[in-house]
Every structure is written in structure tokens, then in C-alpha cells.
Design a protein around this ligand. Structure first.
Ligand code: G6P
Length: 588
């Protein structure tokens, strides 16, 4: 949600912090701030906007010093204002903190602290951390004790880093990530390895409730009793650092264009890992699938494939609802959690609930060192490289490709996905070749206020995903639904201002779709067909190539991604950083 970075070492800290924050901006980007220590004093600058804009305005990178912390915010408590931006001081400017997470008991803590004379400046839950640290530090003059005592008072999820005016940096975490990166010149403390991967691939993942203290000489990690603990150094893959846009105007467009190669290369990872994954699936009575947003849409397709082709009993539940429907989950069950980031709080919550019921945990992630990968019994990687655009594009195609690989193995090659990968890559390229035409269609739709997207069977999750792209990127009210359900209510909304996109490749769902299209057209709506063959009922036609019917989801999502990208541009929205969203939603 928010991103945190801290550095203590021999280098000028401010430019490092600014660079790191830019790399982690996908986590939140409504405001930004940094605090550094110079001559025993904390200096702080913060403001509303994206890192580059605030840096231009306030020259964040010019703050002096070799110790500091930085933050990008995704507002949860308190609106988007300069005052609510992090870092936050306590009553004095001797301590400054940055925080990611939600402090659930912040109201009680705030009242208690106000009662003993503390004065709050912001509306955030985070500010209580600064005041608690200040209170305990003033009482005890011991940073370690002050941090531990502060953590003991916090309920909810947190990762925070604080700087003290004596130059010490400390941090702690509970259910939000905090990772240390060690370089020759010093240490980073960050929400994500992307915060320091440009400088080092040596990472130390803090465990829940660890406290880290970096003073002028040492880095020490303690448990909640104050005992020193050792955490291993993990070597992280350097490739994750490659996050430039190349020749493309936006990360999102670059990531859309990477998809043919991703499909062609799918499943090239360690086949033994896939084999073991499949064994675990085979030995379960039921596979429960979960995910959020785009990853949930992948789970819906995975359920269809597992049931129909691998003949495995599968159930799907969106992660944020999972904890309320635990009946039937036991030690014969497997929970398959799908998440690009591996950090989505709702997904981690679902995993915890299923673990508690005795289920084994499998996951499909993009980041091998993510929280989800680390708490799973077994995980597979989608291997699509870092995805920076907040709206998922290539990670969806990569997740789908891996699901096809798995199901193919489980049904002894009945899908022959391996043999079709090259063809599917070619089909995606053919659609990319029509980008200009889809761009023109986006121009026609720029004033649309409501778009309905319908499909049947395996195309229904793509209708949901297409609607999600239009909502996220183009801020258009879009609804995905099964084509059959349209007549059971939503048809009342259809009129001459409505646009309806029908996902209608030439398969067993097509005749029924055409009948539905006529019903809609009779109510005056504009019909946009996505299909491999034209039909008179379409007012606008987006052609996709013909592929084996079971593989259509892989290619038919692409027109939606391109459409949503160009609609975002048409509406002057930033496709990489949609308003109000964050790539990695680490709060519930
Ligand atoms: C956020 C993003 C969505 C994404 C979802 C799940 O809400 O805005 O685009 O699909 O998280 O992310 P995950 O990393 O778990 O796949």
C-alpha cells in the first residue's frame, strides 16, 4: 500500500531515497516525503503528488545527510494532504517515522497520548507510532526498549521505520513486509527489494515482530523480548531490477507487448517443481482456489480447467470473502492461492484461515521471496518479470499459461498446451498488430459512461477481467456478466447510450451469444463483438485469430487491455498509476 525506505551509511542519502521511492511507487503514490539527519537535526520535506512531481517542487533529493527515511503514501486514514503525508514527527522533531499498514487501535492510543499532553498534527493512524516512540524514549532513553514497548501497544498491521536525531534508524514489522538490503556503504530498510535491488541483491527478510536497529556501527535484530536473533541473508535474482519502460510510453503498454513471449516461454521453469505441485493437487480431495482482482479471475478459469479436464473437484472463492466460508476445508484439502505480488493482505488472510483448518497451501506467484511464497507448502513462479503498471496485464497471461501447463500435466496432455504455445504467441502478435484499430475504437468510446461485457462459460472470467481493466484504467463504469444473466435484470438498464461488448469466439457458446446480441440491439445499444468471425449484429468488430477453443481466454483478454490503455490516454488518465489504487494491497 505505502512504501517505506530507510538508509544509513556513507552515501548522500536523499538521492538514494528518491530513487528507491520511484521504484516502489506502484505501492502507493498519492503523496511522498523524506526526512534526513544533518548535524544532529532531522529535516523533513513532504507533499502531495507523485515522487517525480514532489521532487521537482520541493527538491527532496537535496536534503543533506547520510541517514534518512522516505515514504510514498496510499491513503487509508486521513485524506490526501501535505500534513497527512509521511514522515511524521512526534511532538518535537527529535523522532520521525514512516509507516505502512493500519493501526487498528489508533483512536484509543491517540486519546491516551492526548491525555498526557501529546499534540497531534495529522489525521493519520500512523502518527500514534511517532508519539508512542517519543513517550517511551523520553521515559527510558533506550531506543531498543522504546521500539519494543511501542510495538507491544500496536494492534493491526504495521511496518515502520523511525529516525532519531542521534542518527539511529530502527524499524519493526507485523504482517507488513520490511526487508534489509546490505551494501558495502551501509544498509537499506525497505518495503520491497525493489527499493534497493539496484545496489545489492543481498536481502534479510525480517520476521513478524522483529525489531531492527541500525546505529553508527552495527545492525542488530531483536525479538519482542529484546533477545538478539539471526535472520538469514537471501540472494535475490537481479533480473527483478529491470523495470525501465524501454521504447514504450508507459510500463503498462510495455507489459501488454511482452505477452506473446511470456506465453511462448510458459512452463519452462523447473519441471520437477510442476510435477510436485501436481502430485499435491492429485492427492487432495478438493482444491480451493483463491485470489483478488485479476488473480481471482485467473482462479475462475483454473477452476473450469481443473474440473472439466483434470476432473479434479475445485471450488473458487474471492480472497476477501474466504474466511467467511470455511466449511468443507480440512486436511484433505488444498488451497491454491494465486497472486502476482504474493503480498495481498486478503490473500494472506485466506491462506492463514485455510492453514488453520488443516489445508495444504499451494501458490502461484511472481515474486519468489514474497510473503505468500514463503508461507506456502509449495509454490510455482509465473516468471513474467516485474510488473510495474498497477493494472495487471502480463501477469494475468502468465498465470493463465502456468495454469494451462499444470492442467495439461494433470490430464496427461489432453490440452496439448505445449504444442500450441508458439501458435498462441503468434495469435497475440496478430492482435497487437491491430493496436491502431483498437486505439480508434477507444476514441469512439471515450464518452461512454456504462459498458457491459458479456461472455459465457470460460469467457465469463474474461468479461470480469475486461470490466476490471476498464474500471481501473479508464474510470468507466463497466460490468462483466454471464451473457445468460443479462436478461434477468441488467437488460432493464440497456438503452441507446449503452455499449455492450460480447466475447464471442466461434465455439459452443457462439449461437446463444448471437441471440443475446440481437436482444440487446433491439433495445438500442451499440454492440461490440470480439470474435474470430464477423457478424452483422456487431456495430463495432474487434477481430481476434481463431485458436483452439479452450485457449481463447489467453488471447481474448488482450483487446480489453489495449482498449483500456487507450481509453485511459483519451481521458488524460495515467495508465501506469490509476487514481485511488495500489499495485500491492497489503491492507485488509
Ligand atoms: C490490487 C490491484 C489489482 C490486482 C489485485 C491482486 O487490487 O489493483 O490489479 O489484481 O491487487 O493483486 P495480486 O498481487 O494479489 O495478484
Amino acid at each position: 500500500m505505502c512504501s517505506i525506505i530507510g538508509y544509513k551509511g556513507q552515501l548522500d542519502v536523499a538521492p538514494l531515497l528518491v530513487n528507491s521511492l520511484e521504484r516502489m511507487e506502484y505501492r502507493g503514490y498519492d503523496s511522498v516525503g523524506i526526512a534526513t539527519i544533518n548535524d544532529g537535526k532531522i529535516i523533513l520535506k513532504k507533499g502531495v503528488g507523485k515522487v517525480a512531481d514532489v521532487n521537482k517542487r520541493l527538491d527532496l533529493g537535496s536534503l543533506p545527510g547520510d541517514t534518512g527515511v522516505g515514504h510514498t503514501r496510499w491513503a487509508t486514514h486521513g485524506s490526501v494532504t501535505n500534513t497527512n503525508a509521511h514522515p511524521h514527527y512526534g511532538c518535537t522533531d527529535s523522532i520521525a517515522i514512516v509507516h505502512n499498514g493500519i493501526i487498528e487501535n489508533h483512536k484509543e492510543l491517540r486519546e491516551e497520548l492526548i491525555g498526557i499532553g501529546h499534540i497531534f498534527k495529522s489525521d493519520t493512524d500512523s502518527e500514534v507510532i511517532a508519539h508512542l516512540l517519543e513517550k517511551y524514549y523520553v521515559d527510558q532513553k533506550n531506543i531498543k526498549k522504546a521500539v519494543i514497548d511501542t510495538c507491544k501497544r500496536l494492534e493491526g498491521a504495521y511496518a515502520f521505520v523511525a529516525v532519531f536525531e542521534d542518527g539511529t534508524i530502527c524499524g519493526s514489522r507485523y504482517n507488513e513486509p520490511l526487508i534489509i538490503g546490505s551494501v558495502d556503504t551501509g544498509h537499506f530498510i525497505s518495503s520491497d527489494i525493489l527499493g534497493f535491488l539496484e545496489y545489492t541483491n543481498k536481502a534479510i527478510y525480517l520476521e513478524n515482530r522483529d525489531t531492527v536497529i541500525l546505529d553508527s556501527k552495527t545492525l542488530q535484530i531483536f525479538d519482542m523480548e529484546g533477545n538478539p536473533v539471526n535472520r538469514p541473508i537471501t540472494q535475490v535474482a537481479w533480473e527483478l531490477a529491470s523495470v525501465d519502460k524501454g521504447k514504450y510510453a508507459h510500463h503498462t503498454l510495455k507489459e501488454i507487448h511482452e505477452q506473446p513471449v511470456i506465453v511462448e516461454k510458459a512452463g519452462t521453469q523447473n519441471l520437477d517443481r510442476v510435477k510436485e505441485f501436481c502430485n499435491i493437487v492429485r492427492n487432495s480431495r478438493t482444491v480451493f482456489l483463491t485470489g483478488s482482482g485479476t488473480s481471482y479471475h485467473c482462479a475462475l478459469i483454473a477452476k473450469h480447467l481443473l474440473s472439466n479436464f483434470a476432473k479434479i473437484h475445485a471450488e473458487t472463492m474471492v480472497s476477501s470473502e474466504f474466511q467467511y466460508t470455511l466449511d468443507g476445508i480440512d486436511n484433505t484439502s488444498v488451497l491454491l492461492a494465486i497472486s502476482q505480488s504474493g503480498e495481498t493482505a486478503d490473500v494472506l488472510q485466506a491462506v492463514k484461515a485455510a492453514k488453520h483448518m488443516g489445508a495444504r497451501i499451494l501458490s502461484i506467484v511472481n515474486i519468489p521471496t514474497s510473503s505468500l511464497a514463503r508461507i506456502s507448502d509449495w509454490f510455482l513462479l509465473i516468471e513474467c518479470g516485474p510488473e510495474v503498471g498497477v493494472a495487471a496485464t502480463k501477469s494475468f497471461t502468465a498465470q493463465l499459461s502456468l495454469i494451462y501447463t499444470i492442467v495439461d500435466r494433470l490430464c496427461n496432455g489432453c490440452l496439448s498446451f505445449e504444442a500450441d504455445k508458439a501458435f498462441l504467441g503468434g495469435a497475440l502478435r496478430e492482435i497487437l498488430d491491430t493496436e491502431i484499430e483498437i486505439h480508434r475504437i477507444a476514441e469512439r468510446l471515450r464518452d461512454a459512461t456504462d459498458i457491459y461485457i458479456i461472455g459465457r462459460s470460460i469467457h465469463y472470467p474474461i468479461a470480469l477481467e475486461g470490466a476490471l481493466k476498464l474500471k481501473e484504467l479508464a474510470y468507466i463504469h463497466a460490468e462483466g456478466m454471464t451473457a445468460g444473466e443479462l436478461k434477468h435484470g441488467p437488460l432493464a438498464l440497456i438503452g441507446s447510450n449503452s455499449y455492450v461488448i460480447i466475447i464471442n469466439p466461434n465455439d459452443t457458446t457462439s449461437n446463444d451469444n448471437i441471440a443475446t446480441a440481437h436482444e440487446i440491439k433491439a433495445r438500442g445499444a451499440t454492440i461490440i463483438g470480439i470474435s474470430d468471425r464477423p457478424n452483422d449484429v456487431y456495430d463495432i468488430f474487434i477481430k481476434i485469430p481463431s485458436v483452439k477453443s479452450i485457449f481463447y481466454p489467453i488471447i481474448e483478454v488482450l483487446p480489453f487491455q489495449i482498449l483500456a490503455y487507450y481509453l485511459a490516454l483519451a481521458k488524460n488518465a495515467d495508465p501506469d498509476y490509476p487514481r485511488n489504487l495500489a499495485k500491492s494491497v497489503t491492507v485488509k
